[in-house]
Design a protein around this ligand. Structure first.
Ligand SMILES: Cc1ncc(COP(=O)(O)O)c(C=O)c1O
Length: 394
């Protein structure tokens, strides 16, 4: 059966191609060092595992959670955590909704708000889900270039008036995949002014909010004046607590915005397994030490990788957040050529920046989530292998 036009019209999901190449290399017995997909190698917090096990025992957990936004214990735990972390007072009744991780909810925001001919403003390079789902919903994704010289923040003044006039959603993502950039409160303030002027709902993807390096934790857009009226923010247990497979997150912020996503979800899925929600509530209350440990581990890996790449002449800036290192492509090579050569000759997996949209060209992405007994030693081994390729930079 032929797939729908809307599905045929878009390219394969980027990681599918990487997974295919990786399977082939593994089948041929290569010793791969994998800086590919951003899926944490570290374990989830003990408190999460124990809370899940006991929630299943205590039950009854086997039925639909028929509440409209999620279990009260989960929503209250999010509200408490949010207040402590960001100083934002979220009403657990109406300003928070449990989600199946953040990906599906980011997608459903497009389905909830975009009609044929409407526009979503999307960051490029960026996570493709914003673009693809806008297109599925019949809308148009307008690519906002994120440039290194602007700190990877979009220039909202450069958006043409007619595009801004048709825009209903502004997707942002800080800390940012793939560049590792972090936004300032000043930028969020500017984004809110822009959204007010053009009557736009801001969707801030904060899946990496707890992965930052340095003293200052990144802000929430909801903490900025007007944020609670103009924005919704998407959070996730995936990256902070190394729980990607658990599929747990939440959307919060503007009551209307949360209601829109929630209404869309009610036609497509049902609330997350109640035992997982219970475990999530405990994790937010007790997982702070784990999140600190995770940050320390990635910071050390980040420094090893960045220093190692610099030692072979590769001019790389350390990311301020996320577990990604965004490195300029070697001289004279497209990002796809660079990643392919590094894979075929050094047996090191990276992701070409072109997978993240037009403005990702010219860069390749390393994820610090590699699996190995001694990760730092594997990073050093990857640098040694790459240095033997004799690539030139800058
Ligand atoms: C920017 C960004 N947002 C959202 C997600 C989705 O995460 P999850 O659905 O596991 O919460 C990812 C996953 O890679 C991501 O990179």
């Amino acid at each position: 059966m032929e797939q729908a036009q809307r599905l045929q019209a878009i390219p394969p999901y980027p990681f599918a191609e990487i997974a295919r190449l990786k399977d082939r290399a593994l089948a041929e017995g290569w010793d791969l060092i994998d800086f590919g997909i951003g899926d944490p190698d570290l374990p989830p917090p003990e408190c999460a595992k124990q809370a899940l096990a006991s929630a299943i025992e205590v039950g009854p957990m086997n039925n639909y959670d028929e509440s409209s936004y999620g279990l009260p214990a989960f929503l209250e735990s999010v509200s408490t955590w949010f207040g402590e972390r960001f100083g934002v007072d979220l009403d657990p009744k109406g300003e928070v909704k449990v989600t199946i991780g953040s990906k599906e909810a980011l997608a459903k925001a497009a389905w909830a708000y975009i009609d044929t001919g409407d526009v979503s403003l999307v960051p490029t390079p960026g996570y493709g889900v914003y673009t693809f789902n806008t297109q599925f919903a019949g809308g148009e994704a307008y690519a906002m270039p994120l440039l290194p010289e602007a700190g990877y923040l979009p220039d909202l003044d450069a958006i043409p008036e007619d595009i801004a006039g048709r825009a209903k959603l502004l997707y942002l993502n800080y800390p940012h995949n793939p560049t590792g950039a972090v936004a300032t409160e000043e930028f969020f303030k500017r984004a809110i002014e822009f959204a007010e002027k053009h009557d736009i709902l801001i969707c801030n993807d904060a899946a990496y909010s707890e992965l930052y390096y340095g003293h200052e934790a990144p802000p929430s857009i909801l903490a900025v004046d007007g944020g609670m009226e103009r924005a919704i923010e998407f959070h996730s247990f995936s990256k902070t607590y190394c729980m990607t497979g658990w599929r747990l997150g939440w959307v919060c912020g503007s009551r209307d915005g949360v209601a829109g996503v929630s209404r869309m979800k009610s036609y497509v899925d049902s609330n997350v397994f109640p035992a997982l929600q219970q475990a999530g509530a405990v994790t937010l209350a007790r997982g702070g030490d784990h999140a600190r440990m995770v940050r320390d581990v990635y910071q050390s890996r980040r420094d090893t990788l960045v220093e190692g790449l610099r030692s072979i002449g590769w001019p790389v800036d350390p990311p301020q957040g996320t577990f990604f290192v965004w490195a300029p492509s070697p001289k004279g090579m497209t990002s796809a050529d660079a990643s392919a050569r590094i894979l075929s000759e050094a047996h090191v997996i990276t992701i070409p920046g072109s997978s993240y949209g037009e403005y990702g060209e010219g860069f390749i992405r390393f994820s610090l989530t590699l699996r190995a007994d001694d990760v730092e030693a594997r990073i050093a081994e990857a640098i040694a292998r790459i240095s033997r390729l004799g690539l030139s930079f800058g």
